[in-house]
Design a protein around this ligand. Structure first.
Ligand code: FAD
Length: 697
């Protein structure tokens, strides 16, 4: 009787960077093992499914992008379901389960998923399974894995309910209920979940391996008691392991000749027009003894149609580190093939569902080009990648450790030694020397190398044809899994690129002139931004930008100064800037702020220094959020009475939350409302786009 049960469900994913897709593919794979048919589609493929008539359960995996938006691929569907003329029972026939992906360090956590979930509920759709909200800041898998585990039972129940609705006899229902445990049995036998027993030989091999790694200082000699990337301890080392199914290979790579040219970088970008522009100035804004090094670069955009408003951000196309690419080629045994053009194809007859040509790999380019410009070789390997690497590892001890790291039993080891340690493919290949993956695996598992975003730090009105931006050179010190320190992919590359240009007179920001430079970088605009000056110049606004968070506000102030010069008859609202850094004499990035204050562009400048010692009787505030609290009356007046704007830019982890907490306290105190009410006022201000954040990690 159970064979009569319909065992299909619709599986939709809305992905921005591929994570939702990878999770949907995992669900698809596991569905097969549960004897279910997952009809999987990208949510944008609206010609392939129809929610209006869908009778089977629907599973949606959806990520969040930008400031809480659903991914671009979901835009069409979201627009469609947002139609206010739809009746409240429009989706009454629909049963669904939704898994949202997000990052709680951003304000609108999982908002893409929440938006779709809320709207489906409003239109009468029913949950057959509780919504899961997975948080990338602590590890998506903490929610994703148990959510997928529970999905199968929930689906079984949904199928039964569906049958009941279809008027099936109670006999049939009870016999199919009985069928559920059998599904569990199928999972064990055919899902490739493998029980691997610890073998004696493994101990021997592991010891040899660990000793080798101790020799090269990758693991401490306390190896017997302390787990590390390459070494496990009980219970993991003695457990039978549940490891994920081996992802089917789907890419085929052939080496061709060495003749021809690599594609232009613009062909790698689908988000808009790319501009190759010269760097005309580079200034180090921090002293040599500052903890972080901040650089200001000036780009010459005069000969392009690239346009921006102060507050906009743009993207820089950056390559991977040349030494890391060389080392990768060496480890893969492909050093001789770097300049060869490669032909990438989807493997004929692959078992991978929806296998498609990876859009970020050009049809014809050299191996070096692919590793340099297309693949994020520093990406933290996902468990599916580790699973695939197991098959390319010859040493039994190394193999076992890789199995552990992708297994359920080794989940906390994965989090500790891979995810939280920011281990990348190269670190793994050095730690597991018998692992020799083929190029196709890298193309299958490494994500697209993303362009990095930067906030514009200038005004096109103030200095036409020029664009400034400011960044800290990101530095990662050496650690047990990495013997040498590293710099951020983009900031490390930019720092090296502009080293010959670096202004000898530090902190000189003369906007005139500018040297001609042969150093060029490729940039493109970042769409959709609301972080702009108020349209009405008479409205007051407050800016909070410690560290490099000051960057867009320099653009705001330049713009405002120019407007004041050009429109002497206009009314201009007051402007506040809260700036903070560690030391007044080491990393006060723009001492020129005083000029804005002197010429009246900036009405109030409040600064604080978190690491300078003070001899004052009452210690001065250390952080911008502390300073803001000192001006609570003014904050409340600007925001509530004068309908002003409040801008926050910079570090999202430590600063932005501290600032919004301070604003909530101020609103609560000044309006005599309780904290919950004050939070609602802040939410309203955000909604009205009068409390705006541009934050990054
Ligand atoms: P990456 O190599 O990408 O490393 C960055 C992060 O990856 C680290 O913080 C860490 O979490 C992780 N990581 C990678 N490797 C390791 C490792 N070995 N050890 C430990 N952790 C590791 N930045 C600015 O400085 N100025 C701006 O004006 C600015 N504006 C932005 C505007 C927007 C809209 C956004 C989204 C971001 C902005 N950023 C800005 C951040 C910027 O885009 C980059 O993230 C930053 O410059 C780092 O890039 P990177 O390639 O050098 O670092």
């Amino acid at each position: 009787m159970c064979c009569d049960l319909k065992r299909r469900f619709l599986l939709l994913y809305a992905t921005q960077k591929g994570q939702a897709k990878a999770i949907a593919e995992e669900i698809w794979r596991q569905a097969g093992a549960h004897g279910l048919e997952a009809d999987m589609h990208c949510i944008s493929e609206m010609d392939k499914y129809n929610l209006e008539t869908e009778e089977d359960p629907v599973v949606i995996v959806i990520s969040t992008t930008g400031t809480g938006d659903p991914p671009d691929t979901a835009r069409k569907l979201v627009k469609k379901i947002q139609d206010t003329t739809l009746p409240p029972d429009h989706f009454a026939h629909l049963q669904y389960g939704l898994l949202g992906l997000g990052d709680s360090e951003y304000t609108f956590f999982c908002n893409g998923g929440k938006t779709v979930d809320r709207r489906l509920q409003e239109l009468g759709a029913q949950h057959f399974y509780n919504t899961g909200l997975a948080d990338d800041s602590v590890g998506l898998e903490l929610v994703v894995d148990p959510w997928i585990d529970g999905l199968w039972l929930a689906l079984e129940e949904a199928f039964l309910l569906q049958k009941k609705k279809e008027g099936m006899s109670s006999d049939a229902v009870s016999s199919s209920l009985y069928a559920a445990p059998q599904v569990g049995h199928e999972l064990n036998s055919s899902s490739e979940v493998q029980n691997l027993k610890l073998e004696e030989e493994r101990e021997r091999c592991s010891d040899v391996l660990t000793q080798k790694l101790v020799d090269i200082h990758l693991v401490p000699s306390t190896r017997d008691t302390e787990p590390s990337l390459v070494h496990s301890v009980p219970p993991v080392s003695q457990s039978a392991l549940n490891i994920p199914a081996l992802p089917p290979e789907y890419i085929e790579v052939q080496f061709q000749d060495t003749h021809g040219e690599n594609p232009r970088l613009s062909s790698l970008i689908s988000e808009g027009t790319t501009f190759e522009v010269p760097v005309t100035k580079a200034v180090q804004l921090t002293r040599e003894d500052a903890i972080k090094t901040a650089l200001l670069l000036e780009l010459d955009i005069a000969d392009t149609v690239f346009d921006y408003q102060p507050g906009d951000a743009f993207c820089v196309i950056c390559p991977n580190n040349v030494n890391e690419v060389e080392e990768l080629l060496h480890i893969l045994g492909l050093s001789e093939k770097g300049e060869y053009f490669v032909c990438v194809k989807v493997k004929q007859g692959t078992k991978k569902k929806g296998a498609a040509y990876p859009q970020h790999i050009p049809e014809r380019s050299t191996l070096k080009f692919i590793l340099t410009w297309c693949l994020e070789i520093r990406a933290i390997p996902k468990k599916a990648f580790l699973r695939a690497l197991v098959e390319c590892t010859s040493d039994a001890g190394e193999k076992r450790r890789l199995q552990e790291l992708c297994s359920r039993q080794g989940a906390s080891d994965y989090t500790r030694f891979i995810r939280d340690s920011n281990v990348c493919l190269l670190d793994l290949l050095q730690a597991f020397p018998s692992c020799k993956p083929s190029l196709n695996l890298l193309i299958e598992h490494l994500p697209k190398l993303q362009a990095r975003s930067y906030s514009v730090s200038s005004s096109n009105l103030y200095q036409p044809g020029k664009l400034w931006f400011v960044f800290n050179i990101v530095e990662f010190p050496a650690c047990p899994t990495r013997r040498i320190s590293q710099k951020g992919v983009c900031t490390g590359w930019l720092a090296e690129l502009v080293a010959p240009l670096l202004h000898p007179n530090k902190n000189t920001l003369d906007t005139k002139g500018g040297s001609s430079s042969s150093k060029k970088i490729s940039i493109f605009a970042r769409p959709k931004n609301t972080f702009h000056l108020p349209a009405d110049p008479s409205v007051p606004f407050m800016m909070v930008g410690p560290g490099t968070g000051i960057s867009p506000f320099i653009g705001f102030l330049q713009h405002r100064q120019k407007l004041r010069e050009e429109h002497t008859d206009w009314e201009f609202g007051e402007t506040w800037l809260f700036f903070g850094c560690r030391h007044q004499d080491r990393d006060y990035l723009f001492k020129q702020l005083r000029c804005f204050l002197e010429n009246g562009t900036l009405t109030h400048l409040k600064v604080c220094f978190s690491r300078d010692s003070s001899t004052a009787e009452v210690a001065p505030p250390k952080y911008v959020q502390d300073v803001i609290r000192l001006y609570s009356k003014e904050v409340a007046r600007v925001l509530l009475k004068e309908r002003g704007y409040f801008y926050v830019c910079g570090d999202k982890k430590h600063m932005a939350d501290g600032v919004s907490d301070a604003v909530v306290d101020i609103l609560s105190m000044e309006t005599e409302a309780d904290k919950l009410e004050a939070m609602k006022i802040l939410a309203m201000l955000r909604e009205a786009k009068r409390y705006l954040q541009d934050v990054w990690s």
